[in-house]
Design a protein around this ligand. Sequence first.
Ligand code: NAP
Ligand code: F7E
Length: 363
Amino acid sequence: MRKVALITGITGQDGSFLAEFLLGKGYDVHGTIRRSSVDYRERIAHLEGQPNFHLHYADLGDSMSIIQVVSKVKPTEIYNLAAQSHVQVSFDSPEFTADVDATGVLRVLEAVRQCGLADSCRIYQASTSELYGKVEEVPQNENTPFHPYSPYAVAKLYGYWIVKEYREAYNMYCCSGILFNHESERRGETFVTRKITLAAARIAQGKQEKLYLGNLSSLRDWGYAKDYVECMWLILQHETPEDFVIATGVQHSVREFCYLAFKYAGIELEFRGEGLDEKGHDKATGKVLVEVSEDFYRPTDVVNLWGDPTKAKAELGWDPGKTSFEQLVKIMVDADMAKVAVERAGEQVKMNLEEYLEKGIVK
Ligand code: NAP
Ligand code: F7E
């Protein structure tokens, strides 16, 4: 049987892990990339050149490009991961977010129908715990009512419903994974976890003075992205197309994440004060290393996400406890400590070279 996967958003955190996972399972993996003046393909650079790994230009805002790639590749599975995925950015670019995260999903579904693949191609939609937004119950499961609380979440809610509509109207195998936050050493640097681990590494190695954050009390159910992409695949292997909540079932605050990340970087923090006046002090020196800035507060913020992965555990056999919160933070801090050390070594080499050139030691 042909195993051909098409991943939209392959250059992203999840897309890169999923591509590795599917290649390991013997799939032909095709991914869509966007043209940009600078190439940002570092997450998948190591896969390029493999015989069963292929890239195509397409944009979720351009239905013709999607139809073209779907008709050419004829995938047996589509993983629609492409999105404007930053909640804060969705307040600044709400129309673009709606076009890609809402209408973009419709474009993928229609492309599959118009290419005559409705009966043969399974579709995974990257849905999100942000649908629960201003939460109506804790923890959240597949039956919890939605209350989206950002332009991003509202757009993703359309994606969720249009997938359900196509499943029921056209009997298509399409479903949504309602994934809670998942992070990794490949996480974008403006999401709170990565912002923290990178800053902790830089501060520990003398490359940054302070870290400014927004709401420290916000609660999230954070998992490891590598574990979550396996679940995307499991959802599409299920006998019937169904939606699943994917989460660890464990909740922590931004403050706790921050404390642990600095601890792994060798700094013990002590938080004092409240609200905008709260500060994270280095316990050993008393120096303020973390401050709160209003700039990182959102017009409406989702503050109490906590997932209940019972269904995924029972029906997919997925293990939500594979990577603990502590292990996740450690993986991220270790990777950023190494990254900063390499950057420092590079700077030193450059400085030495400049000095040698100046002194005429090398020409
Ligand atoms: P990410 O790192 O931000 O990656 C997003 C991907 O979408 C990138 O490859 C990006 O391409 C691509 N993209 C953006 N706009 C596009 C457009 N107009 N046309 C085509 N591609 C476009 O996100 P992620 O963390 O991997 O998340 C993957 C998906 O899961 C997203 O849909 C996200 O909303 C959803 N999700 C994520 C989480 C999480 O915690 N990570 C939780 C729930 C749901 P460029 O590289 O060119 O920008
Ligand atoms: O914020 C608070 C912020 O930007 C988490 C996306 O992958 O997960 C992600 O969305 C929390 C929020 O992720 C800062 O207010 C405090 O309460 O890391 P984040 P997110 O908004 O949860 C969901 C499931 C997705 O679907 C999305 O695609 O942390 N926070 N201080 C901060 N957040 C950021 N970014 N920066 C801060 O300085």
